[in-house]
Design a protein around this ligand. Structure first.
Ligand SMILES: N[C@@H](CCC(=O)N[C@@H](CS)C(=O)NCC(=O)O)C(=O)O
Length: 219
């Protein structure tokens, strides 16, 4: 049985974000049996030596599949897809296309979006106005190219929904309450298509239950 280590408490600021949602979404899509080990990150559960032995950076998500441990949300999602034989094509080229777009999500798009969050948190007084202007510009550059990729396509990597869509939508989630997607109608429609997946809706419900909050609080 797979154990998913994920956040079990909402941040004191009320933020409902965590990358273990990506792993749980993949588990819900694939139907692999799993249980969740909820960590109280606010009480320091991630800082323990025991957790450091399974998580290289003391972060979530991690999965433990009967002793085989995987960290990094993209690696976890790809592993689950490969294990289930779902969310990823069987041929090398198709699989590589999925890996390419998982990397695009986490190494091209995500760092800039994370930066926007960081600037908001660490420079709320706008002492560095150039950063507040330039980083969103860079984000719009990546989003514009995702928009271009989506021309005539339903899903980001292949004709069918894949692990790469979980990763791309998971990355886009951090800007869902901003206006950054507004100039990109295909991207917005794509994000909504991903959100409409029954497995995502189940994931959100389970996560809300885990945190003891309403789904609306984390939607
Ligand atoms: N690159 C990692 C990042 C994981 C990550 O940022 N995890 C956050 C939760 S969203 C975390 O564990 N934060 C607690 C901490 O860093 O102390 C991945 O994609 O899995």
């Amino acid at each position: 049985m797979i154990t998913l280590y994920g956040f079990g408490k909402i941040f004191p600021e009320g933020v409902g974000e965590t990358k273990d949602l990506r792993a749980q979404w993949a588990l819900e899509e694939t139907g692999l049996p799993y249980r969740v080990h909820a960590l109280d990150h606010t009480a320091g559960d991630l800082d323990s030596d025991a957790y450091g032995r399974i998580s290289p950076f003391h972060q979530a998500p991690v999965i433990d599949d009967d002793g085989f441990v995987v960290a990094e949300s993209a690696a976890v999602v790809i592993y689950l897809a490969e294990k289930a034989g779902k969310l990823i094509p069987g041929d090398l080229q198709g699989r590589t296309r999925v890996v390419q777009w998982c990397f695009a999500a986490v190494s091209t798009v995500e760092p800039t979006l994370v930066c926007i969050d960081m600037i908001g948190i660490f420079d709320s007084g706008k002492a560095a106005p150039t950063l507040h202007a330039e980083v969103p510009k860079l984000a719009r550059r990546w989003l514009g190219h995702v928009e271009r990729r989506l021309e005539g396509r339903e899903w980001i990597a292949c004709a069918d929904f894949t692990a790469a869509d979980i990763m791309m939508a998971g990355v886009l989630r951090s800007i869902r309450k901003t206006d950054l997607m507004d100039p990109f109608p295909r991207l917005k429609a794509y994000y909504e298509r991903c959100q409409a997946r029954p497995a995502w809706q189940r994931t959100l419900g389970l996560y809300a239950e885990r945190l003891g909050v309403s789904v609306d609080a984390i939607r």
